[in-house]
Design a protein around this ligand. Structure first.
Ligand SMILES: C[S@@+](CC[C@H](N)C(=O)[O-])C[C@H]1O[C@@H](n2cnc3c(N)ncnc32)[C@H](O)[C@@H]1O
Length: 193
């Protein structure tokens, strides 16, 4: 049985996150990734979760509240390309992880979707704050308008990273027929002296 890419992302990220870490959910949506991150960073950690729209904030707020984890998360209704503004505001100078789950909110307005320019700006901000070891995951859907171009833009961005400092892997499910989603993982390596 193939493991869904979102679970594969969680499984890899679990190896990186520990109590007290700072993590970013760049695309909050229904809050499943935010909840996962909130569990993993523990009482001493913090999650910064972004979405352009207010309904995802309310859904995520309730999800976190139900699990008594809301205090571990700062919910931000803004473009994720403003990531560094909010982290600087809270005097946060490094993060252990950032998750991007691109596209639009399922069952919602499909015109509100991630766009290559702001995604790349947010990735630039995330990688400049990323600790070593650390991880950025990007789950890209390629079946909707602009999705393929965005996935290619992310991969082109990742390919420019220095190979000595970052390991980039791309997972594409084999059994999906058309326009499969792609999971792009960027792992910041601890450099040997
Ligand atoms: C595929 S959904 C995310 C799913 C989510 N991770 C979850 O666990 O349910 C993508 C979300 O990104 C949001 N979004 C689109 N462009 C954005 C941007 N530039 N900044 C922040 N959020 C954005 C959409 O509103 C949508 O809710």
């Amino acid at each position: 049985m193939t493991i869904p890419l979102v679970n594969q992302a969680h499984n890899t990220i679990e190896n990186y996150l520990s109590e007290g870490d700072i993590a970013v959910d760049a695309t909050m949506g229904n809050g499943f990734d935010t909840l996962f991150l909130a569990h993993r960073v523990g009482e001493g950690g913090k999650v910064y979760a972004f979405d352009l729209q207010s309904p995802p904030l309310l859904t995520t707020q309730k999800r976190l509240n139900d699990e008594r984890l809301l205090h571990r998360v700062r919910l931000i209704q803004d473009n994720h390309n403003q990531l560094s503004t909010y982290l600087t505001e809270d005097s946060v100078s490094s993060i252990r992880c950032a998750m991007f789950n691109l596209g639009y909110l399922p069952g919602s307005d499909k015109t509100i979707q991630t766009e290559p320019a702001s995604t790349i700006k947010a990735l630039d901000a995330a990688i400049s704050l990323l600790e070593k070891p650390g991880i950025i995951s990007v789950l890209a859907y390629t079946g909707h308008d602009g999705g393929r171009q965005e996935a290619e833009a992310v991969k082109a961005w990742a390919r420019k990273l220095p190979e000595t400092a970052y390991r980039v892997t791309i997972q594409i499910p084999k059994l999906t027929k058309n326009s499969p989603p792609e999971l792009i993982l960027i792992e910041a390596l601890v450099l040997k002296k």
